[in-house]
Design a protein around this ligand. Sequence first.
Ligand code: PGA
Length: 236
Amino acid sequence: MKSSYLIANWKANKTPAEVAAWINTVAESWPKTSPHLEIVICVPFIHLDQINKSHLPFKIGTQDISPYPDGAYTGAISARMLEHQVHYALVGHSERRRYFHETNAEIALKVSQAINYQITPIVAVTPANWRAQLNALEATELSQCLIMYEPPEAISQQTGPAGVGEATPVDEVVVAIQALKEVSPASPVLYGGSVKSHNIDEYLNVPEIDGVVPGSASLNAKEWLEIVTIFQKIRG
Ligand code: PGA
């Protein structure tokens, strides 16, 4: 495990042309980062090849993974298909639970599949249900996961009438993370929800928070570079 994590989540965004423009801007000004820091980009499946070929110095993750092995599962992307292409897979994001009706049992299967193929799961949990969400996982597998704590209302780009979310105050995040670490002491716990260049320092200045997960902020190459620079300055 690394000492600190910065994980971008692109969600359902970007055409291949937009990815190319993002890569160009990021490659021009990528700052030098310390080896004990882990920087990851979780991209849509169709962008994996393009991002891999960019040889930018960060790890690559997916935003989902099939709960099933290879086989007759139309539309699914299995862990074996992703092996050697990605280091991480985000699983159980509240948007997957909400819009795709994913259950804790399915998410546990996804975690097992990822671990079988040396892909580290980043398991997203929510304030109301985190205990049940973690208890659904095998204890030995949970200890190999990163945990992302994210209140759904903190997500910056809300779909539908909810509009714009607000970042969770740092003291509330710390209390939640302390409780999570009692259940899973071996897992790094990250915070997600409206992390931007203007507020990331608040979270990174607190040692209990092992890292952050910016979503929309990572889509803009300049904003992402700013975030990486602050991450390096505080945690490097
Ligand atoms: P946000 O999303 O930074 O746009 O709030 C984070 C996430 O949900 O992964």
